[in-house]
Design a protein around this ligand. Structure first.
Ligand code: PLP
Length: 382
């Protein structure tokens, strides 16, 4: 730390310089985040000092959080769901599995508890396994890149405490057969956590209906991220439990705060993100999100049409605004797109392909430029 204070102008100038080294989203096709909605930014700034880790001091923000939880519960067919605002999908997944462990592992036979997750699960589940010392059993995928129901069934044993289903996989935007997984969870008397971190703000607003939420009786918890397709500010995640008991199992006593208990993983928590999420959800409503999703899907279909003109096709028919493309040497293509044309795309592992996320910042004009540049890169490789 510098001994003497810098001039304010100097700091602002340094900040501007650093900001200029950040990418804007204008050439980003790899991220599941985007520019937050203007009203979310407004609310975030207004509540900037609010700490939900000690919400007795911030009752107004706490009431907003309760409204967010109820409203997302309602969206996911369970207005009575219990939960709280997390920092995002990773924290929600950790806490969901921690709750499973606290509730069920003592009732299980003897060995190390395990959970069965799709091979397509986000890497946050590797962190879950490490932090909670729970065995992660990865079920294989079928040809549509949904988890194989047979594989899930074969991995369940007397120490399985729960299953994970993905509603919008990170790499492919695929949705598992959650109805079937719900039945399996009920038959085996184990938990079912649905990771809808990305898909939670997409699936309810698509024309086609997908069953993935608390409507299914076996679903016990859901992760859904307002800071992805919900257009809220970072860090905004939501974790919902079917029953208050599951949240209760995460309780910690907090003797020196204004409130005596906490259920969260982090202590200090952003009230700004709570206010931002409340604001954007209320401003848009279901009607507004339907428009956002419909615009992203139109852009996704437009991209597919333009790609077909240069003989590039998706690995699976996209269900949502995540597209995985079959291209030769995907990693090299990704690097060349970044180096020569400044495009940020990512890759999928199995099967290997190029991955694009068509977030609300992606315009048809961007897609036109991207397809032109992709063709140039592919011509150098073929
Ligand atoms: N789950 C899924 C399906 C995701 O796609 C992601 C992130 O992309 C996460 C969890 C982790 O979310 P976060 O980065 O907000 O912790």
């Amino acid at each position: 730390m510098n001994e003497q204070a810098f001039e304010r102008e100097q700091i602002i100038s340094n900040l501007n310089k650093s900001k200029s080294h950040d990418l804007t989203y204008d050439r980003v096709l790899s991220s599941m985040c985007t520019y937050p909605h203007e009203i979310a930014v407004h609310a975030h700034i207004q509540f900037i000092e609010s700490n939900m880790g000690d919400f007795g001091l911030f009752q107004g923000t706490y009431n907003l959080e309760k409204k967010v939880i109820q409203s997302i519960g309602n969206l996911l067919h369970h207005s009575e769901a219990s939960g709280y605002m997390t920092t995002g999908g990773t924290e929600s997944n950790i806490q969901a599995i921690r709750s499973m462990r606290n509730n069920l592992s003592s009732k299980k036979k003897c060995g190390k508890p395990n959970i069965v997750v799709p091979d397509s699960a986000h890497f946050s589940f590797d962190k879950v396994s490490d932090i909670l010392d729970i065995e992660l059993r990865k079920a294989s995928l079928d040809e549509e890149l949904k988890v194989s129901i047979q594989s899930v069934q074969s991995l369940i044993d007397e120490n399985t405490i729960g299953l994970v289903a993905i509603a919008g996989s990170t790499e492919f935007g695929q949705v598992d057969e959650i109805e079937k997984l719900s039945e399996i969870a009920l038959q085996n008397n184990i938990f079912l956590h649905v990771d809808a971190a990305f898909g939670g703000f997409v699936l309810p607003f698509l024309e086609k209906t997908h069953e993935f939420d608390f409507k299914l009786p076996g679903v016990t918890s859901i992760a859904i991220d307002p800071h992805k397709m919900g257009l809220s500010t970072i860090p905004s995640g939501v974790l919902l439990f079917k029953s208050a008991d599951y949240l209760e199992s995460l309780r910690a006593d907090t003797p020196y705060l204004t409130v005596s208990t906490q259920y969260t993983l982090t202590g200090t928590r952003s009230g700004a993100a709570v206010a931002a999420t409340y604001a954007v959800m209320n401003l848009l409503g279901k009607e507004g999100y339907r428009k956002v999703v419909s615009k992203c899907m139109e852009a996704t279909y437009y991209l597919l049409d333009r790609l077909a003109e240069i003989d590039v096709y998706p690995l699976i028919k996209p269900l949502m605004n995540v597209v995985a493309l079959e291209v030769p040497e995907a990693d090299l293509v990704r690097k060349k797109l970044a180096k020569d044309f400044n495009w940020q795309v990512s890759i999928t592992q199995k099967p290997h392909g190029l991955r694009l996320v068509i977030m609300p910042h992606v315009t048809l004009e961007m897609i036109d430029y991207f397809v032109q540049d992709l063709k140039k890169v592919l011509d150098t490789i073929n």
